[in-house]
Ligand binder design. Structure first.
Ligand code: SAM
Length: 264
């Protein structure tokens, strides 16, 4: 047994119990990345195995050629889409993964840039995108990437915990136009074992309900356990993004919405 706490394939689904390291990912999967749909690695759950197996039997997995099914991240896309300023001529999605949000943004924004530092993920995102004319995928590290563009929206979905929080949001704020919006759906670390259990006691059944009632997509991109608690995120947000609204959500996620002052 190691002390590692595993994260679910839909990410951020912490069990709160030490488990063995995961099996080696299948050939073709990136380290720390979900396997393609239908070939996911075996999961280890603290839920009774029978419940887990039964749930898998009836879960409909979206074919690997699509990335628009349900998961803990896509669940919060409506919240992000509601934060898009209108009109929105240019949006940037950071850590776009397979590009499902970028795709949705492309229906409400004039142009979308979607950036991910993993070239193989970007290749798959391009393949899924069907060559939308107003959607550009960029393989680059957001922390060193430079652009002369300014955006009406910068979004991060399950990406901010891969980056140094203050530096990343400061960079994002720099790429925003005055009155532009920074919209984040992120993962936070439960402050204690008890808090993790309390959250999961409600979130697990809800998550399973969704999995059983709609087709799901794997994240299909590198995942990481979050290091910051929501209290730490709130403190750093208050210091770097005054006026940001941070809310806790059920499925192991929080949201942060910040509007750049018109005079900045
Ligand atoms: C958990 S995935 C989330 C993917 C996608 N946003 C979604 O909701 O499915 C996090 C993504 O952030 C990307 N990422 C991590 N650090 C990055 C960086 N410095 N620059 C750009 N992308 C990064 C990873 O490659 C990965 O695809």
């Amino acid at each position: 047994m190691t002390g590692r706490i595993l994260t679910d394939r839909l990410e951020g689904h912490r069990c709160g119990r030490a488990v063995e390291p995961p099996p080696t990912p299948p050939v073709g999967a990136l380290p720390g990345m979900d396997a393609p749909a239908l070939e996911w690695p075996r999961r280890r759950h603290t839920l009774p195995v029978a419940v887990e197996r039964a749930s898998r039997l009836v879960t409909k997995v979206i074919p690997a050629s699509r990335a628009d099914g349900w998961n803990h991240n896509t669940h919060y896309h409506p919240l992000l889409l509601a934060a898009v300023p209108r009109p929105c001529s240019r949006a940037l999605d950071v850590g776009c993964g397979l590009g499902s949000l970028a795709h949705r943004l492309a229906t409400v924004a004039g142009h979308v840039d979607a950036i991910d530092r993993e070239p193989r993920v970007i290749d798959r995102a391009r393949a899924f995108s069907g060559g939308l004319a107003n959607l550009r995928f960029i393989a680059a590290d957001f922390m060193t990437w430079e652009t002369s563009e300014r955006y009406d929206l910068v979004s991060f979905v399950a990406t901010l915990h891969h980056l140094p929080f203050a530096e990343a949001v400061t960079r994002a704020a720099r790429w925003l136009r005055p009155s532009g919006v920074l919209a984040v759906v992120g993962l936070d670390r439960a402050p204690s074992w008890l808090a993790a259990c309390a959250r999961s006691a409600i979130a697990y059944p809800v998550s399973h309900y969704y999995r059983l009632t709609r087709p799901v997509s794997p994240i299909g991109a590198p995942i990481l356990d979050p290091a910051m608690t929501l209290a730490e995120i709130r403190r750093q947000a208050a210091a770097t993004l005054p006026g940001a609204i941070v809310r806790r959500h059920l499925l192991w996620r929080y949201s942060l919405v910040w509007t750049k002052p018109p005079s900045a």
